[in-house]
Ligand binder design. Structure first.
Ligand SMILES: Nc1ncnc2c1ncn2[C@@H]1O[C@H](COP(=O)(O)OP(=O)(O)OP(=O)(O)O)[C@@H](O)[C@H]1O
Ligand SMILES: [Mg+2]
Length: 467
């Protein structure tokens, strides 16, 4: 039971919230104070300078801001307030509903707007909605905290290619509005790079929200990404829901597997990437995207564009800062640092004590073509460390790796052949894992770091023997 007795709303868990009202008209300030006091702590500022100092002093949850202030333009003030506290919810008050002004303010990160003369009911509802959204975002951030710890890993690699990649990524970390496109074969570390950009290179206060675009069905695409309003469609949960773009506020939205989206979903995404605005399903209020967008795919997007499978305009929009993660076979200098890193990691995980890699085994690792790239190397080492004994990794542990010439001609790397080689490697790995686990699909999937549903799907596809 709540200790609070004076507010009469014990069933809500809302803490006492503070609203900062900024208006140069004293009578408006008094009016707003009278309307809001009782429900909120109200502090008032008559100009921009006062507003900024009260922001630091009182740490309000929300700011009601008149955009025509004497000492500084309201727009400038939104920017200053947002950069002082990116989480702050700003609702602007405007004398005339000038759509250009409103859109500009929303783009700068204002949450909503009210037109004078302010309707009391409208004011209360707008404030309540805004604060609920903020609470939700805080809650999501708290839930995501443990994941943040989990992702505090390093981007391993000392090859010139990795260094160049990191340099490019570091250069763009402060321009949040510019999307980043990460390209590269499967398993090269695109996801790792995206997380590194967010957690290590940027200092964004918001969360890292990963969206696997190819896993969302078309029906749910919009509501998943943009959220929906109360009762937007049959089956929609009562209160409505915020989408992934809102969840990522002040952080990064990672649009993974972007090359596999349907054309219809691509056009929905285009609108958002274009003007950094979106609507919740069933709503007509525009919301500002305050997250950095990182997109990734292992699909050759240029080819997809030529084939009409990927929208050219969306490609151009995303292809501003492009980082290509090279395949592992093109950066041999990374193989041993990665190997050592994974050995350390899995030694700890499985209480083993592998310390060295024999010379021949090193040679085999360097010569292999790694169609599954770093993921394949990681899975191989996990398998060895879990299943084998001793302290040295030997060639026999790597026996199933095919020499590169068997997978493709060394002179030219044909994509279809590389794919074939990869599938073959996957099949072998799966068969071996199933053998070792006596046909236990879940255990084998875990061993390979493969999602169980993928494992089941591939067992069927490759017609593998279980048990
Ligand atoms: N530079 C790296 N340092 C450490 N680990 C890495 C690195 N690159 C890749 N990995 C490992 O390889 C795994 C696969 O990487 P990741 O998931 O980022 O690949 P991807 O390029 O996104 O692949 P896909 O296209 O299949 O989604 C990661 O889980 C991580 O363990
Ligand atoms: Mg990935």
């Amino acid at each position: 039971m709540s200790q609070r007795t004076d507010t009469g709303n014990q069933e809500t868990e809302l803490p006492d919230q503070t609203v900062l009202v900024v208006d140069d008209d004293k009578s408006v300030l008094t009016g707003l104070r009278m309307t809001l006091e009782g429900d909120y702590n109200v502090v008032a500022a008559e100009n921009g300078a006062q507003a900024l100092s009260l922001l630091h002093e009182k740490e309000p949850d929300l700011i009601l801001l008149d955009i025509g202030l004497p000492d500084t333009s309201g727009m400038e003030l939104i920017e200053q307030l947002k950069s002082a506290d990116p989480e702050i919810v700003v609702i602007m008050i405007t004398a005339v509903e000038d759509i250009r002004v409103v859109v500009k303010a929303l783009k700068l990160g204002a949450y909503d707007y009210l037109v004078k003369p302010i309707d009391t009911q409208d004011l209360k509802v707008t404030l309540q909605n805004a604060l609920e959204t903020r609470l939700l975002k805080d809650k999501i951030r708290r839930i995501q905290k443990p994941n943040i710890e989990r992702y505090r890993f390093d981007l391993i690699g000392r090859s010139p290619q990795v260094k160049a990649m990191v340099r490019t990524a570091q250069k763009v970390t402060n321009s949040i509005e510019t999307p980043i496109l990460i390209l590269g074969e499967t398993g090269t570390g695109k996801g790792v790079l995206a997380r590194t950009i967010h957690f290590s290179f940027s200092e964004l206060p918001g969360p890292f929200v990963a969206v696997n675009c190819s896993a969302i069905t078309h029906d749910l695409f919009e509501s998943e990404l943009f959220g929906y309003e109360r009762g937007a469609f049959t089956g929609a949960k009562g209160e409505g829901r915020i989408g992934r773009f809102e969840e990522a506020a002040g952080g990064t939205i990672f649009l993974d597997e972007i090359g596999n989206m349907s054309l219809a979903d691509q056009s929905k995404l285009l609108g958002v990437v274009d003007d950094r605005m979106f609507h919740r399903v069933g709503g007509n209020k525009p919301y500002h995207v305050s997250a950095r967008i990182i997109a990734a795919t292992n699909v050759d997007l240029e080819k997809s564009v030529e084939e009409g499978m990927f929208r050219r305009d969306l490609f151009f929009r995303l292809n501003v800062v492009r980082i290509v993660v090279p395949p592992l076979r093109e950066r041999l200098a990374d193989i041993m640092p990665l190997t050592e890193y994974f050995i350390g990691h899995y030694n700890q995980k499985y209480s083993k004590n592998f310390t060295t890699v024999s010379l021949e085994a090193r040679k085999a690792l360097q010569e292999y073509s790694w169609p599954g790239n770093v993921r394949e190397l990681r899975n191989l080492l996990e398998r060895i460390i879990l299943l084998e004994k001793g302290s040295t990794i030997l060639p026999r542990h790597l026996a199933f790796l095919k020499p590169p010439q068997e997978i493709c001609a060394p002179s030219e790397l044909d994509v279809s052949e590389a794919t074939l080689g990869y599938e073959d490697a996957v099949k072998r790995l799966m068969q071996e894992a199933l053998g070792r686990t006596n046909g236990n699909v879940l255990e084998a999937a875990r061993l390979l770091g493969m999602p169980a549903h993928k494992m089941r799907y591939r067992i069927k596809k490759y017609d593998l023997k279980v048990g």
